[in-house]
Each structure stands twice: as C-alpha cells, then as structure tokens.
Design a protein around this ligand. Structure first.
Ligand code: SF4
Length: 334
C-alpha cells in the first residue's frame, strides 16, 4: 500500500470535523462512542453540545445519570452512554482524571472494545494500534481482494492483523483517520469513487472491476447475531442459573449471560450491586445457530462471594441436567 500517498490525500481532502481536528483523547473517545451505529451528521450537534457542557472527563463524571441520559436522548443505543458515564468515573477515581494512554488500560474501561481503544491510541496518542471498523473493512477488503467472509470474527481478526502491519509503517493518527475518511467518502458501499481514490493504482477490486464483490459478507437472511458474555458462576458449592423470561426460550434455564463488550463491564456491575467477584477466567467461545438468531457465547468461569442476584437460581452442579435448558447452553462444558 502506498501509505504516503494515502496520508497526503487525507491531509489535503479530509472534512474538517470538530472531533477530527484535535488530539484530545477525551473528545476522541466521546466522538467514537457517539459514532457507533450513528451517522456523522446526527452526531455533530450532540457532540458540540456535550463537550460544551462537559468539557473534561472530570465534568462528565459528575453528571447525574438521568440528566446525562437526557443530554444524549435521540441518539439511541443508551447502554453506550451509561458505560461512558461509568468509564468517566473510573478515569477520575483510578487515573486522577487523566485519560489513560495505555491500550491495556483503555480496553478495560466499560464500553471500550478493540476498535475504540485502537482509535484512541492511534488518533490521540499517535501509537500504532489498528482500529478496524466497517469502513476500514470495506476499504481493505477491496484493496486486497480479501475473499474471506467478514461476518466471521476469526476472519475479521486476520484483516485486523493486516491493518496492524500497515499502521506500523504509517503515521498512526493520520493513517487511522485516512482509512475512516476514505471508507466514508470515497470507498462507499455502493458506487465507490475510485477515480478520486489514492489507493486506486494498487487496488485489487478496482483493477479487476470487482468493487461490488468485496467485502464478502455471507447472507444471514433474517438471522441476527448476538455476542454474549456467558458466565459459569460458582457461589459456595453451587452454580448460578437464570430462568429465562424472554419470549425466545421462555422458562428454560440458562447460565447468566450479558450482551456487553467486555467482562469488566459485568464485574463492575456486580460489584456495584454488592456481589464480590473473587475470580474469573475466560474458558471458551461457543456458537449456536437458531432459526433466526446466532449466539456467540464467550464463556467465563467466575466465583462470587457475599450474595447472588435475585434472579439467579442456585443449584448443585449434578442437578443441572434435571432442569430444562436450551441446547445452546446445554452444550457448554462446566
Ligand atoms: S480504488 Fe475504489 S474500491 Fe479500491 S479502495 Fe479505492 S475507492 Fe475503494
């Protein structure tokens, strides 16, 4: 890849977005969280209002949850803002209000996953950490002629590695933003503007007239994919289960599971509710395909002390087989 050319293109052509004209990690974090699932145009007025009202992470940490929810009303996906507030308080309490500048610290904060941590590290701190979002997946898949199914996590990780090798040869803060901008404005999902693209001369899809072939995304039909963190929780000598109340599999027992990005979100939540987590360890990821859904269950073993949640049911390990349990969880090995 001609990275110099890509970076020169970015310097000359990028949109002057308020959250791109800064290396303030707090601003970059706020914008990246807002941009998840939301268009730039919708984010801009919210972003401007929010950083005016909460100009620092310290100010944000003092916000009342209900007031803050109102501040972001209309953007949707509120869990991300709940996490944002929680993370701001951790930054104030554990980092004296100074935004963490190490990847390993960022990734532990609620709501910050690999992509967001990579974006903050590269844009704010100019450190070479890949930030692979949907736009970058599209650009790289076309550029490389990558014919792996990009719905598959393992394949995304392969592309992420490739992105990592490129960013290591680049100016990280320019490279990450250039790839994002290229994906948003030039290498669009439909009708990419290849004639304006700095990567055109080496782009596999362009040279082979196959821009509509990449990225390769298997048809999910109506299947929706969920990523859960699923917990095998021990309390005293028993295992915690939960009886489902959701319409899918209602009344069946399951291991408690949460649709969150990181285990630390759950640990914090439990600790906040007076449940002490004395141990947790990643075990294995299981996949289960239902007619209309796919569950990716990232299973952790966990030991808790003090008490359990009200909707958890305690049961001896040997008796689990006596309870009705969805096959998706039945196949998980204790
Ligand atoms: S040449 Fe076209 S398909 Fe290739 S990266 Fe550029 S815009 Fe995308």
């Amino acid at each position: 890849m001609d990275i110099q050319r890509l970076e020169a293109w970015y310097e000359k052509n990028h949109r002057k977005l308020i959250f791109r004209e800064t290396n303030n990690p707090y601003f970059i974090w706020v914008s990246e969280i807002m941009l998840q699932q939301t268009q730039v145009e919708a984010v801009l007025p919210f972003f401007e209002r929010l950083i005016k009202k909460y100009p620092t992470v310290l100010e944000l940490s003092k916000a009342e949850e209900t007031v803050f929810q109102k501040d972001v009303e209309g953007l949707g996906y509120y869990r991300r803002f709940k996490n944002m507030l929680k993370a701001s308080r951790i930054i104030v309490n554990d980092f004296s209000g100074v935004f963490p500048n190490r990847y390993e610290e960022l990734i532990k904060l609620p709501g910050i996953g690999k992509y967001t941590a990579g974006a903050i590290m590269s844009i704010a701190y100019n450190e070479p950490y890949s930030a692979l979002d949907g736009n970058v997946i599209r650009v790289l898949s076309r550029f490389l002629g990558n014919d792996l199914d990009m719905r598959v996590e393992k394949n995304k990780r392969i592309l992420d590695q490739k992105n990592q090798t490129y960013i290591e040869q680049a100016t990280p803060k320019i490279y990450t933003q250039a790839m994002m901008e290229l994906g948003a404005k030039i290498c669009r999902p439909k009708n990419p503007k290849c004639e304006d693209c700095p990567l055109q001369e080496q782009c596999f899809a362009y040279l082979n007239d196959q821009t509509d072939k990449f990225p390769l995304l298997s048809r999910l039909k109506d299947k929706k994919e969920f990523n859960y963190i699923t917990l095998l929780i021990s309390f005293k000598d028993k295992i915690c289960l939960r009886k489902r109340t959701e319409s899918l599999l209602e009344g069946m027992y399951e291991y408690p599971q949460y649709e969150v990005e990181s285990i630390s979100n759950i640990v914090d939540d439990l600790e906040n509710q007076g449940i002490h987590v004395s141990y947790y360890q990643y075990q294995k990821t299981y996949k289960h395909i239902f007619t209309h859904q796919i569950w990716n269950m990232h299973v952790y073993k966990m030991v808790v002390k003090e008490k359990v949640l009200e909707d958890w049911v305690l049961i001896e390990k040997e008796k689990i087989n006596e309870l009705p349990m969805a096959i998706a969880h039945r196949k998980i090995k204790l």
